[in-house]
Design a binder for this molecule. Structure first.
Ligand SMILES: Nc1ncnc2c1ncn2[C@@H]1O[C@H](COP(=O)(O)OP(=O)(O)O)[C@@H](O)[C@H]1O
Ligand SMILES: [Mg+2]
Length: 254
């Protein structure tokens, strides 16, 4: 096992001096290659901020972030662009598919932008759409898909460049329970078969139970950790127990 993500005393302050707000207040974490890490915590805890900083979408106020051993602040724009293109994939809550492109073209987009050979792209799309169970739908447009199919298309697009890390922010947030389970099963398979490291923000204990480890954020700090060393179902109950012990009896807000 080797470390793929590390943060040291990571802080993000929003606002100006008068009205500043510590969205992240000193986060130290390490993620090993092949990990499936969940980030939980109440709304406003800093989950999205943390994911955005590590995934290079946003910049920290202070502290360090190492991705594949490289400290992000030290990277030149060109190196950062390369890291984004080759090492990182994203899955968002609202899918972020392009409506006027077919499923096939949406999935192919990251490779098309890299000007890969057409035949190679088609082979890769074929392979990856089978993997995510959407092969029968590749000629359709996003509006012709269910929420679950849209999100599996987004996952396929994220995986097509064979990134080392996939960042997912509430990927099941807009899905019904059956579609959620299918997506999570695909993400687990992706983690197991391709050893893709996954970092997933979720407020849903069911989604979190697919993770190997969970960090709980509150007020910009890590306040609890759980490691899975039991079945998914038992882990699910342990997550619920933890949420209710911290959440004053309710886990609605997580
Ligand atoms: N661009 C921003 N400007 C000011 N405050 C922000 C900004 N983004 C997030 N925040 C604040 O930072 C806190 C953490 O936000 P966020 O990371 O989105 O939380 P979570 O994803 O856990 O719900 C919230 O209080 C939010 O209002
Ligand atoms: Mg969020």
């Amino acid at each position: 096992m080797s470390t793929i993500i590390e943060t040291k005393n990571l802080k993000k302050v929003y606002g100006t001096k008068g009205v500043s707000f510590n969205a992240l207040d000193g986060i130290d974490l390490k993620v090993e290659k092949g990990d499936f890490l969940g980030i939980m915590g109440p709304s406003g805890a800093g989950k999205t901020t943390l994911l955005n900083l590590i995934s290079t979408i946003d910049k920290p106020t202070s502290g360090e972030i190492f991705l594949e051993g490289k400290e992000l602040n030290n990277l030149k724009d060109r190196e950062l662009a390369k890291l984004r293109r080759n090492s990182i994939g994203f899955i968002f809550q609202d899918f972020n598919l392009l409506d006027n492109m077919t499923v096939e073209d949406n999935i192919a987009l990251p490779l098309a932008l890299e000007r890969k050979h057409h035949k190679n792209i088609l082979n890769k799309v074929d392979e990856i759409s089978s993997f995510f169970g959407i092969k029968d739908h590749i000629k359709k447009y996003p509006y012709q898909l269910s929420g679950g199919q849209k999100q599996r298309t987004a996952a396929a697009r994220a995986l097509i460049t064979s990134p080392s890390v996939i960042f997912a922010d509430e990927p099941t947030g807009a899905l019904d329970s059956k579609s959620s389970a299918e997506l999570l099963q695909s993400m687990l398979k992706m983690n197991e078969e391709f050893h893709t490291t996954v970092m997933m923000v979720t407020h849903d204990a069911f989604a979190a139970s697919y993770c190997k480890r969970i960090l709980f954020l509150k007020d910009g700090k890590i306040y609890a950790r759980l490691d899975k060393n039991e079945s998914r179902k038992e882990f699910f109950h342990r997550i619920l127990d933890l949420l209710s012990s911290f959440g004053g009896g309710s886990h609605e807000h997580f």
